[in-house]
Design a protein around this ligand. Structure first.
Ligand code: B12
Ligand code: SF4
Length: 451
């Protein structure tokens, strides 16, 4: 069978709600590449259309489908792309009625009935589709009768083949400027899925943590080094350090095997300590992303952060003492927030002084606890195309308007980045042309966010 798997069109300006220059920040669509690998292993022909990266609009995607004439089309959807997913499915259904259509990804997982109705797809698959995709392609009628299929979670991640990266041009993917050091074409890997924590705004809260074995991950890293010359890896696990013992062993293996790769990861501040950080640094870790969220205890409690402001500060200082760069993520427009409380968060960010800070606007995605209880905290827009983290779709009761929240978001970027201390620190860190290029891109990104 011929299967085409698609990520719908999305331009950078819409994704960030501001003009951010050529910031980069595209990563290979790992979910689709895993599904492709499962199908290819069984002998099916798979094509990937990653519209944002290939700069395709809906018409061009449909032209591509026309030239490919697949038997099946699978579309990946997130909330901000619900409308685009609908137009794509309806357009293809109209022009090519013989193509069987299925959709999946976070948004269809959260609202399967709505997505089924709007898109007119034959099948909506919830959750991790590797569990069912092959059987669905080979026994489609059974699934078409069921319409909504719950694939559940993949229990043993070692059973999965490596993502089919050969189906895309990796050179087209460039990381955000604060996310690479040696080469913009940083390659990303996921060693675990799910997160055991309960943050109310997060789509992956309490999603059942599972991790690959170290030999399985090392095999993938060796393959990436050999085939693509990978010298830098970004681990995009939700929370890389949930299993401390695993991380220590992994680091020891990286050191023992002299992998000579530098890497970064996402983590939680309660899940790092001195010994762990020392090992990570020794094994090549140079940057970590932490959700810090707020400098106000009440706001942290409202989202079930399970940490105190004091703990957050102590742990940030600890990571800084190891010379690992910190990308701190803060939120504005949190449940219970007022502009005064948001300013407390901005001051906290400045006091912590991470290497980079992002101030996203709280977005209660369907499927999250916050989405379910949102009326308790404020008002929510139904304009799904704006659900990407940079538009004030949710206005807490403590704000007069969405405009007021937008202004606080701008203020946060301005106050954090346009500080002489921050600018000087960056200038002193310049070591190469790569640094100059990425700081320039980063500067244009911040300028965009403050306009
Ligand atoms: C890596 C990542 C990115 C990367 C790569 C995105 C990509 N193209 O894959 C980058 C940095 C580019 C990115 C950008 C954005 N992201 Co993002 N991202 C993630 C992250 C952290 C991991 C995704 C991942 O690779 N998981 C591992 C793979 C194996 O799982 P998966 O992608 O979910 O795919 C599985 C299932 O979902 C399903 N599936 C997925 N697609 C399809 C398609 C079909 C047909 C089927 C049947 C099944 C299926 O099967 C897959 C295999 O099990 C998730 C959080 C998370 N843990 O899921 C957020 C997440 C997906 N991102 C999110 C958002 C909001 C965005 C942005 C809009 C943010 C922004 N404004 O910049 C943009 C969108 C632009 C874009 N091109 O995606 C939200 C989506 C929430 C929502 N309901 O909309 C998430 C859930 C994070 C969150 N805030 O909670 N993201
Ligand atoms: S925000 Fe981070 S720690 Fe909290 S549930 Fe989501 S992935 Fe886990």
């Amino acid at each position: 069978m011929k299967v085409v798997l698609i990520f719908p069109p999305l331009v950078l300006k819409h994704r960030y709600a501001h003009s951010v220059g050529d910031a980069g920040g595209n990563l290979p669509p790992l979910g689709l590449l895993y599904l492709a690998a499962v199908l290819e292993k069984a002998g099916h022909e798979v094509h990937i259309i990653d519209s944002p990266v290939e700069n395709l609009d809906l018409e061009q995607v449909i032209e591509r489908i026309n030239s490919l004439q697949p038997n099946f089309m699978g579309v990946s959807s997130i909330t901000s792309l619900a409308e685009k997913t609908k137009s794509l499915c309806q357009g293809v259904r109209k022009q090519f009625p013989n193509i069987k259509i299925f959709v999946g990804g976070p948004h269809p997982t959260a609202l399967p009935e709505d997505v089924l109705k709007e898109t007119g797809a034959d099948v909506v698959i919830r959750e991790e589709a590797e569990n069912v995709i092959l059987d669905m392609i080979e026994n489609f009628e059974k699934y078409a009768q069921q319409k909504i299929v719950d694939a559940g979670k993949v229990k043993n991640l070692d059973d999965l083949p490596f993502p089919a990266r050969h189906l895309i041009d990796l050179n087209r993917y460039t990381a955000l400027p604060n996310n690479y050091k040696r080469t913009p074409n940083s390659i990303h890997v996921v060693t675990s899925r799910g997160c055991p924590y309960p943050c109310t705004f997060c789509f992956d809260a309490k999603s059942g943590f599972r991790q690959r074995s170290i030999p399985h991950v090392m095999d993938e890293l060796r393959h990436l080094k050999k085939k693509y010359g990978a010298v830098e890896i970004a681990f995009w696990d939700d929370t890389f350090t949930v299993n401390r013992k695993w991380v220590i062993e992994f680091c020891e293996t990286m050191i023992r095997e002299k992998m000579n790769m530098i890497w970064g990861c996402y983590s939680r501040l309660n899940l790092v300590d001195a010994e762990l950080l020392r090992k990570m640094k020794e094994a090549g870790c140079w940057t970590m992303f932490f959700g810090i969220e707020s400098g106000d205890q009440e706001l942290l409690d409202n989202i079930k952060k399970l940490m105190t402001v004091k703990q957050l500060k102590e742990k940030v200082r600890l990571v800084q003492s190891f010379g690992i760069e910190i990308r701190g993520s803060f939120m504005v427009g949190m449940p219970g927030e007022t502009p005064e409380k948001a300013r407390k968060t901005i001051d906290f960010a400045i006091d912590l002084d991470p290497d980079y800070a992002q101030f996203s606007i709280t977005t209660p995605y369907p499927g999250t606890e916050l989405y379910k209880e949102v009326s308790k905290w404020g008002t929510l827009s139904e304009e799904y195309s704006e659900f990407h983290g940079w538009s004030p779709v949710f206005v807490p009761k403590g704000y007069k308007s969405a405009e007021e929240l937008k202004a606080i978001n701008r203020e946060a970027f301005e106050k954090f980045y346009f500080r002489p201390k921050f600018i000087l620190k960056k200038l002193f860190k310049i070591r190469s042309w790569t640094d100059i290029r990425r700081y320039w891109k980063g500067f244009r990104f911040v300028l965009g966010m403050t306009n």
